[in-house]
Unconditional design. Structure first.
Length: 364
């Protein structure tokens, strides 16, 4: 069944006109969906009963059913798994106001949103990459995660990070449709500066997002400061190597308003050596970017090892010595499998929800 969440104001006007109703009904409907967070058409008391019945026969208001919620041992970060209408599962993480993105203190409730079921990009450190790509999420399924999180948390989400399962820039049409509603003042009304898009370095997607023209925050999974190292960790680098990615990021800097964040997972004997820190510093300085270091989070079935704390700190100091703004983030909710894809990974034995294809190595 189609979901009404992804209908913008203009789309609602058009839909209702086709059903013989005036534009003010679109305003009423939009208020019920977004201001009152109505969960059924029955609640929409100022709409004619015949219209409510017709809408209920054609549309849903909640495209996801939450099937599991797990809390970290500190009781702060909560991860939830939702089942979609076709039985596939998607996961999202609620990050409390006191923690916020990148470990910074924040008064905002942050949601880490997924954009795809599985992922085709096959980053070697990632549980979602292990599962392969199944399908894109619709705009409604992206928006549905926000409404589900609010129901679990009992408060409004006002900060979004697209860092869950999937590569958001590979699901561009649905991402842009969802962002339009997320930023709309009559809908979720979350400002662009409170939305972070994280990408593995999808160059055409970056250009299209820049054309979208909103001052979104951008986080780039770098994880290697040379093609040799980055291609080991991220197969996407063979399709869009640093020689293409860095110019696209320079271009983003010309249009974006916020400092780019370069995400860098520290993996022992792969990219956590001091010469790599110096290469990373050169890229960060060139892009006027900050670096977010994340000591590797062990994933069952993957070979990488987390470096010692002393090695992580030495890498961090080497960047600071090069005057690069740097933070070190220890994954919140490690004990609830909060690395992307891990909660879902545990449940893939369910019949009917297995991924439909294996990771596709991105090659030219
Ligand atoms: S890190 Fe992101 S882009 Fe890479 S495989 Fe995982 S979900 Fe996909």
């Amino acid at each position: 069944m189609d979901c009404l969440l992804e209908y913008s104001r203009d789309a609602l006007v058009e839909l209702l006109a086709g059903m013989g109703h005036k534009p003010f009904r679109a305003t009423q409907l939009q208020e019920w969906v977004w201001k009152h967070r109505a969960t059924s058409f029955e609640q929409m008391s100022n709409l004619p009963p015949a219209l409510r019945a017709e809408l209920a026969g054609r549309f849903c208001l909640r495209p996801l059913e939450v099937v599991e919620v797990s809390e970290s041992s500190t009781g702060s970060t909560r991860k939830f798994l939702s089942r979609m209408q076709d039985g596939h599962l998607v996961e999202s993480v609620i990050i409390p106001a006191a923690v916020g993105q990148g470990g910074a203190h924040s008064s905002r409730l942050t949601l880490c949103v997924s954009s795809q079921v599985g992922c085709a990009f096959g980053c070697r450190f990632c549980a979602s990459g292990l599962l392969g790509f199944t399908r894109n999420l619709t705009a409604s399924e992206i928006l549905g995660q926000i409404l589900a999180a609010e129901q679990i948390a009992g408060e409004r989400v006002d900060n979004l990070v697209f860092m869950g399962m999937g590569e958001p820039l590979a699901n561009m049409d649905n991402l842009l449709a969802a962002l339009t509603i997320i930023m709309d003042q009559q809908s979720l009304n979350i400002g662009a500066r409170h939305i972070t898009i994280s990408t593995s370095g999808n160059v055409p997607g970056l250009r299209r997002l820049a054309e979208f023209g909103r001052p979104l925050r951008l986080a780039v999974s770098l994880h290697g400061a040379s093609d040799e190292v980055r291609s080991q960790v991220m197969p996407v680098n063979r399709k869009w190597p640093l020689g293409e990615l860095i110019p696209a990021l320079r271009e983003w800097n010309r249009t974006g308003k916020h400092m780019i964040t370069l995400e860098y997972i520290l993996i022992q004997d792969v990219n956590a050596m001091l010469p790599e820190a110096r290469k990373l510093a050169r890229i960060a300085r060139e892009l006027n970017a900050k670096v977010n270091l994340i000591p590797y989070n062990t994933v069952d079935g993957l070979p990488w090892v987390r470096p010692s704390e002393a090695d992580c700190k030495a890498f961090c100091r080497a960047l600071m010595a090069e005057k690069v703004p740097v933070t070190m983030r220890y994954e919140k909710g490690h004990d609830i499998n909060a690395a992307c894809g891990q909660l879902r990974l545990r449940r893939t034995a369910q019949p009917g929800v297995a991924p439909t294809r294996v990771p596709k190595i991105m090659e030219k």
